[in-house]
Design a protein around this ligand. Sequence first.
Ligand SMILES: [Zn+2]
Length: 92
Amino acid sequence: MSNDERDRFGQKLQDVEAARENEWARKRDQELLEKMRAQKSAEATCPECEQKLVPDSEHGTGGLVCPKRHGAWFTWDKIVKMLDRLAHPESK
Ligand SMILES: [Zn+2]
């Protein structure tokens, strides 16, 4: 093997190593994302009946509601908007 060939071989090894690291990082990110998603959906359950909350398609509030209507979950932004609309019904 000439020096040139050896260098190219070394470069190739580095490329393979870098690709492997990227793959590892991508896989780890994917796993973290899935974990977060699983946690999020695991949290979104009704405290009363522990059923999974479903999107409120009835009123278009953008919130999540218990299928048995024990309660609902809204982001803070949505609550502020709703309160604002209640406080100023004429401006809508
Ligand atoms: Zn419930």
